[in-house]
Design a binder for this molecule. Structure first.
Ligand SMILES: C[S@@+](CC[C@H](N)C(=O)[O-])C[C@H]1O[C@@H](n2cnc3c(N)ncnc32)[C@H](O)[C@@H]1O
Length: 269
């Protein structure tokens, strides 16, 4: 596990390229993470400015943003899929939206690819709008200052989405996922990317395997964690992961990277 002291020792330049979010909880070792970041697609300058400004102003809040490495990964997925319609739930100040738009590319956006991103906090939504405008993306990226629930409930099922990134409130993931599938607003073979599904390494420890190796397979949950806000979120995410795993409408893979990333594909009806 990476640790704060390793980051504190990092040279200043490295800190700027170091992952911002989930650094403390990444399933990747800090050295591996740093190496992978340095050898991956560099963070575009406009995105870097947004991230560093957020970090300088509100360091704790800025931890909400995906890391540059996760942003580059999602942009790569988008580039490969070439979606026409993308929806993000949970925009904050637009950093991950900028990566998704980067993945769509000039050509994709010129050809009509669109991204909608929603944020229920009006101040954050306003900030996202400013960041999107400064990046010259207002024509293809729409910031909806609305809750994810109202966006999903009001989405026209005829205007099908190709990709949804779920990153709003974790206790509502299951409701958001069900709204997407029940309302049939995602194309067959469309993808849903879900962030934080292994939340701080506290989700898998909720598993209670039975059988002779149960004690070995199932690390005991620390009593002090029971009932905390984090453990309640972890319990919700545990339910969500089970829910998706037992849903015949989709197939999924959980990647133990970042804070746990689930890639879900809608199967043909
Ligand atoms: C983890 S942050 C999103 C970070 C952003 N995706 C990024 O990586 O740059 C989650 C955001 O979702 C917003 N949020 C929480 N619940 C929401 C909901 N039900 N509808 C819309 N936004 C919500 C929060 O205000 C917060 O800004």
């Amino acid at each position: 596990m990476p640790c704060v002291s390793a980051l504190a020792r990092a040279p200043r330049r490295a800190l700027h390229t170091a992952p911002v979010r989930r650094t403390l909880w990444s399933f990747m070792d800090a050295g591996v993470y740093g190496y992978a970041s340095r050898l991956s697609e560099p963070e575009p300058p406009a995105l870097r400015r947004v991230r560093l400004a957020a970090l300088a102003e509100a360091p704790a809040e800025a931890q909400k943003m995906v890391s540059p490495l996760q942003g580059a990964f999602m942009a790569s997925l988008v580039r490969a899929q070439r979606p026409r319609a993308v929806l993000e739930l949970g925009c904050y100040i637009g950093y991950s939206a900028l990566w998704l738009a980067h993945g769509l590319g000039h050509e994709g956006r010129a050809a009509g690819a669109r991204l909608w991103t929603c944020e229920r906090d009006p101040a954050a939504a306003q900030r996202a709008q400013e960041n999107i405008s400064s990046a010259g993306l207002s024509g293809s990226v729409t910031v909806l200052a609305q809750s994810a629930d109202s966006v999903l409930e009001g989405w026209d099922p005829a205007a099908k989405l190709d990709l949804v990134f779920i990153d709003a409130n974790k206790s509502a993931y299951q409701r958001h996922y069900d709204l997407i599938l029940d309302r049939d607003i995602l194309h067959d073979h469309g993808q849903i990317i879900v962030d934080n599904v292994l939340f701080h390494g506290k989700v898998h420890t909720q598993d209670q395997p039975s059988g002779p190796t149960a004690a070995l397979d199932s690390p005991a949950r620390p009593a002090s964690a029971a009932g905390t806000r984090q453990s309640r979120i972890a319990a919700k995410l545990y339910e969500f992961n089970q829910h998706v795993a037992s849903d015949p409408r989709t197939s999924q893979v959980i990647l133990p990277v970042f804070d746990g990333l689930m890639l879900i594909q809608k199967l043909q009806a």
